[in-house]
Design a protein around this ligand. Structure first.
Ligand code: FES
Length: 165
């Protein structure tokens, strides 16, 4: 999460106050908070609502309508999993299902706050060896759910030993 400040109520208040005068201030405020903290913390909702004289439901509505906003801190590490056509033909969708069912890891879940996330990409140029994944710049071919879950565990522990193609 390098580059983002830890959530801080006072900084959030001053970011909100600095933008509250804008017409349609909700989105600029949400973007500014996400730029600062990496996410829009749920604690920001009442602050924004109060500053803009809107209901909390309206602020929640804006956050959930725009998929750019996250309400949990971004993952420290990201594993990219290819779900484009060739990898689909080689079973990546079954892999995604196994990952969720057997290991409790949901691909593209932006709200877990987990240290390591698995996110979809479309083609890593490793089509013949799909399903393909990219871990810290390293391509991994013929990946399966067990291997990905293992990588998530090792990355969360600060290394990615064993991530060889
Ligand atoms: S389609 Fe998956 S690497 Fe190209």
């Amino acid at each position: 999460m390098a580059g983002y400040s830890a959530w801080d109520q006072d900084s959030a208040r001053s970011i909100i106050a600095g933008l509250a005068h804008l017409e349609g201030a909700t989105l600029p405020i949400l973007h500014a908070l996400q730029d600062e903290f990496g996410h829009v913390d749920p604690q920001a909702v009442p602050l924004i609502a109060e500053a803009l004289n809107l209901s909390r439901a309206e602020i929640h509505g804006a956050i959930s309508f725009y998929h750019d906003f996250r309400t949990a801190p971004p993952p420290r590490r990201v594993i990219k999993l290819c779900r484009a056509e060739a990898c689909q033909a080689l079973g990546c969708e079954a892999l995604v299902a196994h990952l969720a069912h057997d290991h409790g890891i949901a691909v593209d879940d932006r709200e877990t706050g987990a240290d390591v996330a698995v996110e979809t990409v479309y083609c890593l140029g490793n089509c013949a060896l799909g399903p393909a994944a990219l871990v810290d710049g390293e391509l991994i071919g013929r990946v399966d759910a067990g291997r990905l879950a293992e990588l998530c565990g090792s990355l969360a522990g600060g290394s990615h030993a064993g991530a060889r193609a």
